[in-house]
Design a protein around this ligand. Structure first.
Ligand code: SF4
Length: 292
């Protein structure tokens, strides 16, 4: 059994952004409420052991909401992960609490010292107004993304921009070239791009989100054309489990991926997902995909 990523849910279902495609609202709550629960540390240790035995190189702190709204819990998770010595520990965030200064440099340095290696910032575009309309329609401005990247670099983190492709945004070569140019200019170590997906209608929790994602999903032929452009202009570096591939495009790394868990033949798991209540799952959508 190969496992690509070990995801650990931090925080709660609360978020300071308003994404109309919110994964948190699309997938079952599975024990996550608005208030953060005390993590089930015993089962986390078991999950870490399994991940280690399956050769997982990357542990990723993520959320069904925004994990950095609960920075003490992020610190506690990093402390709990430290003995297992995962080579890469990543934090997935919308970047807003860090950019707003709610997370100061002292705390970021503490996280760095505890082994956090990469901060993944989700974006739907490189243009501030385009990001604002999706993430922060209730605020006048989006965060200063270049300043955030520079600050994270100054602490010592690698930065990954996690691009989510929406129809008429990052779904065609010209927009992708803007993303690549942004990456090169700000020395972003890694870019990923995955199309927003509409999950299985049978498991969907929020019809409004489902309808929005369906209306804004990238048509398959457009995604295929974009992938063909990347293959033509980039150099394939490696294939990841389940069809994701990493390319070099004039010095800028780009991983083309899809969104939710995919199991083409059932033999591999794309990921382990640890929930704070102690459950260990391997799929975001299907409640039956559970190990603990
Ligand atoms: S940043 Fe993530 S958790 Fe927050 S609203 Fe957007 S998709 Fe949902």
């Amino acid at each position: 059994m190969r496992i690509q990523t070990f995801s650990i849910l931090a925080g709660s279902a609360a978020c300071n952004a308003r994404c109309p495609f919110c994964v948190s609202r699309m997938t079952p709550a599975q024990g996550m409420g608005r208030k953060p629960a005390e993590p089930h540390w015993r089962n986390l240790r078991k999950a870490c052991l399994l991940a280690q035995q399956a050769g997982v190189s990357t542990a990723m702190l993520t959320g069904k909401g925004e994990p950095t709204l609960f920075p003490d819990q992020v610190t506690a998770y990093l402390q709990a992960l430290e003995p297992f010595r995962f080579p890469f520990i990543e934090l997935q965030t919308n970047g807003i609490p860090i950019a707003d200064g709610d997370i100061d440099d002292g705390l970021l340095r503490r996280w760095y010292d505890l082994g956090l290696s990469t901060v993944i910032v989700s974006v739907v575009d490189t243009e501030a107004e385009s990001n604002r309309l999706v993430y922060l329609p209730h605020r006048e401005r989006y965060i200063d993304l270049p300043a955030l990247v520079a600050r994270l670099h100054a602490i010592g983190f690698s930065v990954r921009l996690g691009g989510i492709a929406l129809r008429d945004r990052l779904d065609h070569p010209a927009a992708l070239q803007r993303l690549l140019a942004f990456g090169r200019e700000h020395r972003v170590e890694q870019l990923t791009l995955r199309p927003v997906t509409t999950p299985d209608p049978a498991t969907v929790q929020d019809q409004e989100v489902f309808a929005w994602t369906r209306a804004h999903a990238v048509p398959d032929e457009r995604w295929q054309a974009l992938a063909a452009w990347v293959r033509e202009h980039g150099r394939l570096l490696m294939h990841l489990v389940h069809g994701a591939a990493v390319f070099d495009l004039d010095g800028q790394n780009l991983c083309l991926s899809n969104c939710l868990t995919v199991r083409p033949d059932g033999s591999d798991l794309r990921q382990l997902i640890f929930f704070p209540d102690g459950h260990l799952r391997y799929d975001w959508q299907y409640e039956g995909a559970i190990l603990l």
